[in-house]
Design a protein around this ligand. Structure first.
Ligand code: KG4
Ligand code: ZN
Length: 340
């Protein structure tokens, strides 16, 4: 019998559930995004996030089963994200998963959210091992050398903010709504991704990224242009669309340069890498995808990036990791806890 996995993901602000079946792939991928709830606060409010997960989890899991035309009876394994993430959010998904596993006598597997992102391209492609993976989201920016399913080595990570966080924080500085990434991309496109302000590119060490200096550089550049009041924490040129476009474009080009430089260095150090994958919410960005794709063409390696709905948080990637862990019989018990 083909294994069927129910995936559950609640690590941040998306309540998600999906069904993955051996030999068939993803049968459903359901999600409730809390973006509208957090927008007015300019970022995710943990307390609101957990309450919303609690409200939605039952509905979303049922929707995933219905959409897959699958009853709980046919599910063999519950795969749930138990690390890392917001504690209250993780707990809702984990408690829900444990309750089903206990009541319906199902196997349970705790999944690392980052591992789920790393293997998300396999939902659509057969990526050749070994390969390099650039993970960029609101909480993480890391480079991995991936040798097999479940086998990966961290080769670089951010010392401070994540790339997505830099987009979100700069967007907030210039009064753009949360999440900042998509809006920054739209504005940058209007001015053809030109680098107007040459923001600093930061650390040159291959082993780490750093984005908080970039955000601070944007802030002080705005102050210098009399566009930001540091004391009132207020953007002063809200009507100046041109300035917003210039900031957005300069930021995006700077982050593009940083990604290209780090990946280029990593490819040199790991010459056996046959491919590069680009995953996480920031990988929705068409400009960044193109920059990395161009680099890979130049360096003669393949490039894979998931469709946008598999880049942002989703449960399909969680169910997929659950599948290969189930094949290896790497099950968890009901004492499984969250890790943050
Ligand atoms: O993976 P994700 O959905 O959630 C986390 O695990 O953090 O990533 C969300 C992040 C946010 O910071 C958002 O601004 C960024 O991904 N993002 C983008 C784009 N779409 C989403 N950043 C740049 N360009 C985009 N088009
Ligand atoms: Zn994520």
């Amino acid at each position: 019998m083909a294994l069927s996995i129910l995936g559950i993901e609640t690590s941040c602000d998306e309540t998600a559930s999906a069904v993955y079946r051996e030999n068939s792939g993803i049968l459903s991928n359901e999600l409730f995004s809390q973006i509208e709830l957090h927008k007015q606060f300019g970022g995710v409010v943990p307390e609101i996030a957990s309450r919303s997960h609690l409200e939605k989890i039952g509905v979303i899991v049922q929707k995933a089963l219905d959409e897959a035309n699958c009853s709980l009876k046919e599910i063999d394994v519950i795969a749930v994200t138990n690390r890392p993430g917001l504690p209250g959010s993780l707990l809702i998904g984990l408690c829900f998963a444990k309750a089903i596993a206990w009541a319906k006598q199902k196997k349970l597997i705790g999944i690392d959210h980052l591992e789920a992102h790393i293997f998300s391209p396999f939902l659509e492609y057969n990526v050749p091992f070994p390969y390099l993976c650039l993970t960029a989201s609101g909480g993480h920016t890391s480079l991995y050398f991936v040798t097999d399913f479940g086998k990966f080595q961290l080769i670089a990570q951010t010392l401070d903010d994540a790339a997505g966080e830099a987009f979100d924080k700069v967007a907030k500085l210039i009064n753009l709504p949360y999440p900042g990434g998509p809006m920054i991309e739209k504005l940058a496109q209007l001015v053809d991704f030109e680098d107007f302000f040459s923001y600093p590119r930061g650390t040159s060490q291959v082993t780490n990224f750093s984005f908080s200096g970039l955000k601070t550089a944007v802030l002080y550049d705005l102050v210098k242009r009399n566009a930001y009041d540091l004391h009132k924490k207020q953007f002063l040129k809200d009507m100046d669309e041109r300035l917003k476009q210039q900031v957005a474009s300069s930021l995006l080009v700077a982050i593009g340069d940083i990604f290209v430089q780090k990946v280029n260095d990593a490819l040199k150090q790991h010459s056996s890498a046959k491919a590069l994958t680009f995953v996480g919410g920031v990988a929705c960005n068409a400009y960044l995808k193109q920059r990395l794709h161009d680099l890979c063409t130049k360096e003669n390696c393949s490039f894979f990036t998931p469709s946008p709905h598999f880049c942002t948080d989703n449960a399909a990637m969680v169910a997929f990791v659950g599948y290969y862990k189930a094949k290896k019989k790497e099950f968890s018990d009901l004492y499984l806890d969250i890790l943050i």
